[in-house]
Structure formats: structure tokens, C-alpha cells
Unconditional design. Sequence first.
Length: 179
Amino acid sequence: MEHEVLHLTRTHISHAHMDELDSVFYEASARKDFLSPEARAAFRDLWLGSYLTHDEQETFVALDEAGHIAGYIVGSLEDPAGQPRYATLGYFEQFAPLTRIYPAHLHINVASQHRSRGIGADLLAAFLEHITAKASPGVHVVTGQGMRNVGFYLANGFQQLAAAPWNGRTVVMLGRKLP
């Protein structure tokens, strides 16, 4: 399968592609049930929309051969610890000493039918090249312990740095120093 990775800002993502981003986001999410449409929208805003609004320069999408969104990566160069928009993510208080060393962070998803084809690795490589050029000293991601994406990050040069309890489960912080 052929794919193309593009660096786009929110203003350059078409309405149709925005719908496809949302489709990939919800399909790939571990959370499927929401108490209300407002709860669903808040979930999207926390994990995708906030990045598109506040950090639109750190957005990359992968298009399949038909020009549809196969996956995306969004992120931020700012340390999330102490940032009001991440206040609901209590684990950042515990990870704050590490987020100072690895301040950039990301959120990535690839549609299930496009996984295991190198798209995630290509998106991650483009993002890492981009944030390295912006002089970020390191990048981190937080995910659930034992989730399938942990292996992906480890295979792409991340190391597990810490673990913390959060919302009745354990989350892990994985990080990668940048040149």
C-alpha cells in the first residue's frame, strides 16, 4: 500500500478530511461509549481538537492511495505539566520532573485497516524531524500500561520512563531524547 505523509495546518485540512480525522480518532480510541454528545465532544477536544486548535503547526496526516486519511499525528512542543488545558490529566503532576526533560508530546492514530504498513512509523518520523528542527530536547507520550501502542513506541526509540496510577488503571510515560 502506498501512502503519503503531509505536514498540514488545521486551516489546510478540508472539511471532508476533518470528518475522516474524526472517524480515525473514534475508531482507534479505546473509549467507545459516552454518556452524552457533549461528553463525546469533550473527549475529542482533549485528545485531538486541542492540538488542532493550539498546536496546528504540529499536525501531520498520512493519506492512502485514494487520498483519504489513513492516520494522523498531532502534538505540542509545550510541556503539558501545569498547562490549564491538560488539568484534567492528573498524571502530569506526577510526571512533571520528566516532562521538563521531554516537553514535546504527541497523539497518533492509524485506521485499523492501515495498521502494520509503516504509516505510524512514517508519521512519527516526520513529527520527530519537525520537532527536532524546532530544538525540542525530547518528546514523550503517555498511554495505558499493556496497551498495544507501547510496543510501537519502544520499537521507535522510546523508553519507558515512569508509571503512575490514574483513573483506576496504570499509565506509563515513554520518552525519547532528541538530538
